[in-house]
Design a protein around this ligand. Structure first.
Ligand SMILES: *[C@@H]1O[C@H](CO)[C@@H](O)[C@H](O)[C@H]1NC(C)=O
Ligand SMILES: *[C@@H]1O[C@H](CO)[C@@H](O)[C@H](O)[C@H]1NC(C)=O
Ligand SMILES: *[C@@H]1O[C@H](CO)[C@@H](O)[C@H](O)[C@H]1NC(C)=O
Length: 290
């Protein structure tokens, strides 16, 4: 009887341990790469805060590298006067010819809107910015920022709404990020030379420290295990759920959602910036962006 009780207690505590491991994302899956004194992880690894003060910003990166899948993170951005700060959340490979997919959140003075800035680099070349105002206050609560990435397209989701798609047009000579391993990163830094109203508004250090909060990191992605992953992660198998036709193209409802976001909240689109590209628009701009 006594042994039975003991066994029961052991089983109970094991399952409690299991529960905590489910949420142990930031301890288990990330390392700090900048400003360790300004990073905090608590709640069994479930919660993360990154701080920018007048000494340093801070940042983390995933331990593992990935090729295709979904990277999901809930973020509550710096409240109040966040002008001049940028909270970045992105996937990136390394090196000169790297691929990268970005979310960057450009702060603002109290009461003025953040900008959700997006970009994608292939083979080291970016210049594909699109910017949006959020349709909610991103500092009042956590919101879901997800990057979905597979052999046919990359989709940026905000609270489940697709705001942007970058399609694979490799067959007509546009590089696509499908051969390089990427890590997910997040950081907060001083970008007051460009972020808010193009650099006009500087950081007010009296409002420091600036803190971005995070929870629920989910890395449902193909782990990179060397060059063999290029084919393995792209293979159309049941285990590679991201290759399912279901995820190969937005459905009609999602196309409608993206059109709603673009019509109402998009404030910059590189594909419309004829001045910048002097009429020689990037080739994907002449093709469907969904
Ligand atoms: C940085 O901030 C701290 C805390 O607000 C303050 O005491 C210190 O004087 C500041 N240092 C500089 C160089 O501005
Ligand atoms: C976040 O958004 C992604 C993409 O829409 C979705 O798959 C996921 O379930 C969402 N997560 C939460 C916690 O809402
Ligand atoms: C900050 O607010 C100003 C004024 O409303 C706006 O023009 C700007 O786009 C906002 N965002 C940033 C990051 O500059």
């Amino acid at each position: 009887m006594k042994n039975f009780k003991l066994l029961f207690l052991v089983l109970m505590s094991l399952s409690a341990l299991d529960q905590s491991l489910v949420g142990a994302n930031f301890y288990k899956s990330t390392v700090c790469n900048w400003g360790p004194q300004n990073t905090a992880i608590w709640g069994n690894g479930f919660n993360l805060a990154l701080k920018l003060d007048n000494i340093s910003g801070s940042g983390i990166q995933t331990k593992k590298q990935f090729l295709f899948g979904s990277i999901e993170l809930l973020i509550k951005l710096v409240p109040g006067n966040s002008a001049g700060t940028v909270t970045a959340y992105y996937m990136s490979a390394t090196g000169e010819k790297h691929d990268e997919t970005d979310f960057e959140f450009l702060g603002n003075v109290s009461g003025q809107p953040y900008i959700i800035h997006t970009n994608v680099y292939t083979q080291g070349v970016g210049n594909r910015e699109q910017q949006f105002y959020p349709w909610f206050d991103p500092t009042a609560d956590f919101h879901n920022y997800t990057i979905h990435w597979n052999p046919t397209h990359i989709v940026w989701f905000v609270d489940g709404l697709p705001i942007r798609v970058f399609r694979n047009y490799e067959s007509i000579g546009i590089a696509y990020p499908n051969k390089q391993a990427m890590r997910a990163y997040s950081s907060i830094w001083n970008a007051d030379n460009w972020a808010t109203r193009g650099g006009l508004v500087k950081i007010d250090w009296n409002s420091a420290p600036f803190v971005a909060r995070y929870k629920t990191l989910k890395l449902r992605a193909c782990k990179w295990a060397g060059p063999s992953s290029i084919n393995k992660c792209a293979a159309n198998t049941a285990a590679n759920w991201w290759t399912s036709p279901l995820y190969g193209r937005l459905n009609f409802a999602q196309m409608g959602q993206m059109a709603w976001v673009k019509n109402n909240y998009m404030i910059y689109d590189y594909c419309k910036d004829t001045k910048r590209f002097k009429g020689l628009m990037p080739p994907e701009c002449l093709l469907p962006q969904y």
